[in-house]
Design a protein around this ligand. Structure first.
Ligand SMILES: Cc1ncc(COP(=O)(O)O)c(C=O)c1O
Length: 473
């Protein structure tokens, strides 16, 4: 008896459906600059498009499913690859990454163990080496790809926690009074980490930032002394290279000196900003990533990989297995397998996210990446300059590829509420997509350019579009 499953697909049927889809995706890329950034539909409108059909009882035709899914995605998505998408820190995705995802899913290696993903494991290891090399981080570091910046920061956090308190893996956090130091500009990953890994968010010491949103070293030193005097156990300084709101880079050299003097782990959240360290003329603190015990960097941000791809690097490679390794009896893997990633990170089964990163890095090359990142930064500066030409707009900050500004016409009492309403309109307009930042209590419009499709003309259009939309308020 031969078994037939509806999940198998006849190769000729796959070929036909795939060819058609690839043609449609190529047309999508071509049309993107002239399309709307988003349809701006409400949740109920989007839900209505999908309908409330029940799980089908019987198989549906593959080509129909593919075509339906593509139509939904094309018409009802927010297109972060659009040249005038400049929200959050979400990059345009290199098209070669889409081809990589197709290949990775077709072969479907499990990059949790070498034997289950031989070439996958080797490609991931090479990819991690290339990323470390690009950041000028020691070549013998350890590293692992994870789903994004939050997860990559978790890896650094956990490695630091285990290093400070090795018994914690067996005994939990019961007795420890661990505390972590982060500037008030730190991304919310640190709250999730303190909460999820048992310290509680009260274990975070929020260190003030200076007028340029950088952690204040003197305030950090002072807080560490206070904590020690009260019997707490400081273990981690969580610095940021490229803050989420304004692109600020913490004073890494000064923080490293404090970490060394105090015997603390220095982790750098470079999820967004770390790749800019490779640029000629980069800020000296940004070029000091090698001082960190661990780094988070996100290929799905400034390496333009499709979501999801984050990367954690630890200076001493042994810290990853020290933190994550268990060797259960049901894994009878070769004792001399070169690398089993399940022992080096939080995941067990792992997909082949490395392929899209590895292929994207090759497609750009070091020089191509540096040029693209430098262009993004130049475009953010261009926006800062353009904004200043308009009296009703107020430029606030520019750092790395983030520029913040606000609409500030004369005679308006509540500028913050006005800008909140304006942002809402901008986000739904389909013409442009910005996000927000709060800077010294000011609600700012925020453009973050991690987008190889954005052109100088798109930047020149932003003040005009913002003012046009503001008039409609
Ligand atoms: C500085 C910084 N850290 C961490 C993150 C979190 O990254 P992810 O959204 O990939 O988890 C972000 C996201 O924008 C970020 O900008």
């Amino acid at each position: 008896m031969t078994r037939h499953s509806p999940l198998d697909m006849d190769p000729e049927e796959f070929r036909a459906a795939g060819h058609q889809l690839i043609n449609q995706i190529a047309d999508f890329y071509k049309a993107l600059p002239h399309a709307q950034v988003t349809s701006g539909q409400t949740p109920s409108q989007v839900r209505a498009v999908l309908g409330d059909a029940k799980l089908p009882e019987v198989p549906e035709a593959n080509d129909g499913i593919v075509q339906h899914a593509w139509a939904l995605l094309e018409k009802h998505s927010l297109h972060n690859g659009h040249p005038r998408f400049a929200g959050y820190v979400t990059s345009s995705a290199a098209p070669i990454g889409a081809l990589a995802e197709l290949m990775a899913a077709a072969v479907n290696p499990n990059v949790g163990a070498w034997i289950l993903g031989p070439i996958g494991t080797e490609i991931e290891a090479q990819c991690v080496k290339w990323i470390a090399d690009f950041l000028d981080y020691p070549a013998d570091c350890g590293g692992v790809l994870v789903s994004g910046g939050t997860m990559a920061n978790f890896v650094g956090f956990l490695a630091a926690r285990t290093h400070a308190c090795p018994s914690i893996r067996a005994e939990g956090v019961r007795a420890a009074r661990l505390v972590v130091y982060a500037s008030k500009e730190t991304h919310t990953w640190v709250q999730k980490a303190a909460d999820m890994f048992g310290l509680g968010t009260n274990a975070i010491r929020w260190i003030p930032a200076d007028s340029q949103q950088r952690m204040e070293p003197a305030a950090l030193s002072h807080q560490i002394q206070l904590d020690r005097a009260q019997g707490f156990q400081p273990f981690l300084i969580a610095a940021t290279a490229g803050t989420v709101s304004t692109g600020a880079v913490d004073p890494i050299r000064a923080l490293s000196a404090i970490a060394k003097a105090e015997g603390l782990w220095l982790h750098i959240d470079g999820a967004y900003g770390a790749p800019a360290a490779a640029l000629p003329g980069a800020d000296e603190d940004l070029r000091s990533l090698h001082l960190a015990n661990s780094i988070a960097v996100d290929p799905h941000k400034w390496f333009y990989a499709p979501l999801e791809a984050g990367c954690a690097l630890v200076k001493n490679a042994q810290h990853l297995p020290d933190t994550f390794d268990y060797s259960p009896a049901y894994y009878h893997f070769d004792a001399d397998a070169p690398l089993n990633y399940y022992q080096h990170g939080p995941q067990n089964s792992r997909g082949f996210r490395a392929l899209k990163v590895w292929m994207g890095l090759r497609a750009a090359g070091r020089q191509g990446l540096i040029q693209t990142i430098a262009d993004d930064i130049a475009l953010a500066r261009q926006l800062f300059d353009e904004v200043q030409k308009h009296p009703a707009l107020e430029a606030l900050t520019t750092g790395l590829s983030i520029t913040t500004f606000r609409y500030n016409p004369p005679g308006v009492a509540d500028i913050n509420t006005l800008n909140e309403r304006l942002l809402d309109r901008i986000q739904k307009s389909g013409e442009l997509f910005l996000s927000n930042a709060i800077i010294d209590g000011k609600f700012a419009l925020r453009a973050c350019i991690v987008n190889f499709r954005t052109q100088p003309a798109d930047i020149a259009a932003i003040p005009r579009l913002v003012l046009k939309i503001a008039e409609s308020l």
